[in-house]
Ligand binder design. Structure first.
Ligand code: SDX
Length: 431
């Protein structure tokens, strides 16, 4: 908090209250309402938390009006072009870019935690083959707390560190196993001679029957997708992880809760929903029909991959992904992919439509990611698992920050009660 104590005056029921104002290093001031109920006997009301700061944080800053996304102060476009996922992971976790030695040590620690306990293979066999991989991931990641007892005591900084490395290292393995299980292929073990993104592609696409050479263009694109999804302030799934952790739940249970929340189509599930929407549109000439549906108040249809709670200007991640989509599809020789043509035409049509302009609806991170992932060979059901494994480092970084925060206490919101007031029980014969 800053030293200069500004205050806001609230006049309520003939009483005046002084609410402290805290100024951030960037972004809007916040009103401290922690004593409001005790002093004035009222709650604030903010369903969906559109105007509520839930915590302090130094990890990620977003300016929705300017389309800015910073991780520990570094702009996302610079990190996407100059850095790579494990270096960004180090930055998110420890606050500074690593030296060469620090990075080498971090990558070695992650690399040597990529295998899962052999008995965990049995968990997958309890699922139907056609289970959505996100269902499998929620189950298996939650089950990690049944295998890694030596890193569930969140009061022990060393156990927190081990749990962090285990989760970052094992999520790609678990996501790849969920994919292999869904297509009836054998699990592929991670390899220590491959980097993080190449290892994931290897675990997803190699088969025992022949050698698999990772295409460096694909692994670079994969790594960039991981980086662009790594963290994003207090979004719904991160807030879920923080709330679950506030009860003292173990890290594996908290991350499983984050995966469950991310699955929703309004959040991380939008990348799958967006590609399915583009396929449903099919051709450029059907775009007006879907734009009309998105504007129709009586139609629940929304343009998936468009709009954002915070970005009222472009999502800087979408800008990077759009460039990446062009590069990857051209390098794969599918630059005339009809879905990409539909996506680009849909984007231009929406951006020039008064409805979308007025509501400040722009493509978000989920708009182009699905096109790249499909071109790389992933089924749509694997899009959100890839978002989940990418976001694990963000969830973990926010989780560690929260536990270390001396203000950390269990999250317990209140409500505006509109139900029945006290009334007596009525016996069934009198109802
Ligand atoms: C992610 O929070 C994060 O940071 C999330 C994320 C991250 O990295 O963690 O960035 C990842 O979740 C990106 C968002 C992915 N979701 C989608 O693409 C699904 C489609 N988008 C919408 O569901 C919506 O835009 C949300 C959920 C993303 C944001 O919803 P808000 O902020 O609650 O906005 P809203 O629903 O109140 O919409 C405001 C208006 C509404 O119209 P009115 O009621 O004011 O008349 O805009 C309309 C909405 O109907 N609107 C859309 C629309 N999104 C909002 N209309 C058509 N198509 C859309 N996509």
């Amino acid at each position: 908090m800053t030293e200069t104590q500004k205050t806001a005056k609230l006049s309520l029921n003939g009483q005046d209250y002084e609410l402290p104002i805290f100024s951030p290093t960037a972004g809007p001031d916040v009103l401290d309402i922690r004593k409001l109920y005790a002093q004035a006997g009222v709650f604030t009301y903010d369903p969906g938390f559109t105007s509520t700061a839930s915590c302090d944080s130094t990890i990620t800053y977003i300016d929705g009006n300017e389309g800015v996304l910073l991780h520990r102060g570094y702009p996302i476009d610079q990190l996407a072009s100059k850095s790579h996922y494990l270096e960004v992971s180090y930055l998110l976790l420890y606050g500074e870019l690593p030296t060469a030695t620090q990075l080498e040590d971090f990558e070695a620690r992650v690399t040597r935690h990529t295998m899962v306990h052999e008995q965990m293979h049995n968990f997958f066999r309890g699922f139907r083959r056609d289970a959505h991989p996100m269902a499998t991931m929620v189950g298996v990641v939650g089950a990690m707390s049944a295998f890694y007892h030596d890193s569930t005591d969140i009061a022990d900084p060393w156990q927190r560190e081990v749990a962090s490395i285990r989760l970052i290292a094992k999520l790609p393995t678990i996501a790849a196993m969920a994919y292999k299980y869904s297509i009836g292929q054998p699990f592929v073990y991670p390899r220590n001679d491959l980097d993080y993104a190449a290892n994931f592609l290897h675990m997803c696409f190699s088969v025992p029957a022949e050698d698999y050479n990772v295409n460096p263009i694909l692994s670079r694109a994969m790594d960039r997708i991981f980086t662009l999804h790594a963290d994003h302030e207090q979004n719904a799934s991160t807030s879920t992880v923080r709330l679950a952790s506030s009860s003292g739940a173990n890290p594996f249970a908290c991350i499983a809760a984050g995966i469950a929340c991310l699955w929703g189509p309004a959040h991380g599930g939008a990348n799958q929903a967006c590609l399915e929407m583009l396929k449903e549109i099919g051709t450029v000439d059907r775009i007006p029909e879907f734009i009309a549906r998105a504007k129709d108040k009586d139609d629940p249809f929304r343009l998936m991959g468009f709009g954002h709670r915070v970005y009222k200007n472009t999502d800087p991640r979408a800008t990077v992904l759009k460039q990446s989509a062009d590069e990857v599809l051209e390098l794969l020789g599918v630059e005339d992919n009809p879905l990409l043509q539909v996506a680009k035409e849909l984007e231009q049509t929406a951006l020039n439509d008064p409805y979308f302009k007025e509501k400040k609806l722009f493509p978000n991170v989920d708009f182009y990611s699905g096109i790249i992932l499909e071109a790389m060979g992933f089924p749509t059901s694997m899009f959100t698992p890839i978002f989940a494994l990418s976001r694990t480092v963000g969830w973990i970084s926010q989780w560690k920050e929260m536990i270390a925060d001396p203000q950390n206490k269990i999250g317990r919101p209140r409500q505006l009660y509109l139900g029945q007031t006290t009334r007596d029980y009525v016996d069934i014969e009198n109802r």
